[in-house]
Design a protein around this ligand. Structure first.
Ligand SMILES: Nc1ncnc2c1ncn2[C@@H]1O[C@H](COP(=O)(O)OP(=O)(O)OP(=O)(O)O)[C@@H](O)[C@H]1O
Ligand SMILES: [Mg+2]
Length: 373
């Protein structure tokens, strides 16, 4: 090989073309498109790429450098790749933010406040606490992601953030000039108010202050393009749920209930709240429906039977799923390994996958969203 013909030296244009494939890991857009590549020089097979990051100390700088290196090295005629990193000027950052907001038109910063947003926003609610809203939110999100949809999860339970623990995602989101970039886990973009505030602080928010904080927060998150955004609401029909419904008027609602008939009237409260704020209830998920002591054995109805179907008849919306009571679900929640991803073959995971399919049938992806290549 060593004595063979030397490949022709790579050109600057070829490199720029190749770098279009490199995406910013947080912004999900090509670094060329985002003007993060400032210059490329080639001399004797040594390629130097000058790139700028959005912020200094960007936690993903190594990832970007690696991606640039690998992509350029894959071209013929490259002996060595040097990546020189700088940081964007405030003007460059503003231009980038403008560009990102172009995704959703001029109203972009408040993309989900816009009824024309292509993202289907689905709030997961219940009449009372502890019925499994957060569990359902997380597992439905993973099920939708497994089906190939682009999914975000917003943890709006300011009184007890459980999404970070359940999904096993921790950290502080990157903030670029007041634009909050969601964290990611298993392909799902996640934002919890818990990432941003001290939990002790959150509980004292009330009424207008809370509403303002939620509005600001929700409108400053850059989700990128999403097919579905699931929102984990706090239990009950209090301030937060009402605020969310007002902030995101295009959202629809899924109600989680347990199988007790007695729980139905409590779950109905969530439906009444939805009606008050003009949110469409699109389905019911009955959680803790039955327990199988051993695989294939007769189900045991620990919490009774019929609550989900009764509520679905009352509200004239489909029962999207019946999720078994399963220790795998609880363990998964505690360990940050939700059952849908940790045990995809389990009965519980299949029940969530079924529910997600029915949800998609009820709330199909909006046509404007371009399918991924
Ligand atoms: N089907 C299930 N099988 C076994 N455990 C479950 C199931 N659903 C939920 N759990 C467990 O029950 C507990 C409560 O669930 P979760 O936190 O999802 O409820 P929630 O409605 O979000 O509660 P809160 O009202 O406090 O926000 C968790 O420990 C969770 O792991
Ligand atoms: Mg919860």
């Amino acid at each position: 090989m060593g004595l063979g013909k030397q490949p022709a030296e790579v050109t600057r244009e070829e490199i720029l073309e190749a770098l279009k494939d490199v995406r910013d890991p947080e912004l999900h857009r090509s670094i060329v498109e985002l003007d993060m590549v400032k210059d490329v020089t080639v001399a004797n097979g040594v390629v130097t790429v000058h790139a700028v990051l959005t912020i200094g100390g960007c936690p993903l700088r190594e990832t970007i450098v690696e991606a640039i290196r690998n992509r350029v090295a894959a071209l013929g005629g490259v002996r060595q790749v040097e990546v020189k990193l700088g940081v964007m000027t405030p003007e460059e950052r503003q231009a980038l933010i403008q560009k990102l907001h172009g995704d959703h038109g001029p109203q972009a910063r408040a993309a989900f406040l816009n009824p024309d947003s292509p993202t289907q926003v689905i709030a997961v609610a219940s009449g009372k606490g502890g019925v499994g809203k957060s569990t359902v939110t997380v597992n439905l999100a993973l099920a939708l992601a497994r089906m190939g949809y682009r999914v975000g999860v917003l943890d709006a339970d300011v009184y007890g953030f459980s999404i970070p623990r359940m999904l096993g995602v921790q950290g502080t989101p990157t903030v670029i000039d007041q634009m909050v970039i969601p964290l990611e886990k298993d392909g799902i973009r996640v934002i919890s108010m818990g990432f941003m505030v001290d939990e002790k602080e959150a509980v004292i928010w009330r009424g207008p202050l809370l509403h303002k904080a939620l509005t600001t927060f929700i409108s400053e998150v850059h989700w990128g393009e999403l097919d579905y955004l699931l929102i984990d609401l706090p239990p009950g029909t209090g301030d937060v749920s009402i605020s969310i419904a007002q902030i995101l008027p295009s959202a629809s609602m899924v109600i989680v209930t347990t199988p007790q008939i007695a729980a139905t009237s409590v779950a109905q409260r969530a439906a009444r709240m939805a009606e008050k704020v003009n949110m469409a209830v699109v389905g019911i998920i009955e959680n803790m429906s039955y327990y199988l002591p051993t695989p294939g054995s007769e189900p045991v109805y620990i919490f009774g039977q019929g609550g989900g179907s009764q509520l679905s008849q009352m509200l004239k919306v489909p029962l999207l799923g019946q999720i078994p009571l399963d220790p795998l679900i609880r363990e998964g929640g505690d360990q940050g390994k939700p059952v849908v991803s940790a045990h995809p073959g389990s009965l519980a995971a299949q029940a969530f996958m079924e529910a997600a399919k029915r949800l998609v049938a009820q709330v199909p992806v909006r046509a404007q969203v371009a399918p991924r290549g």
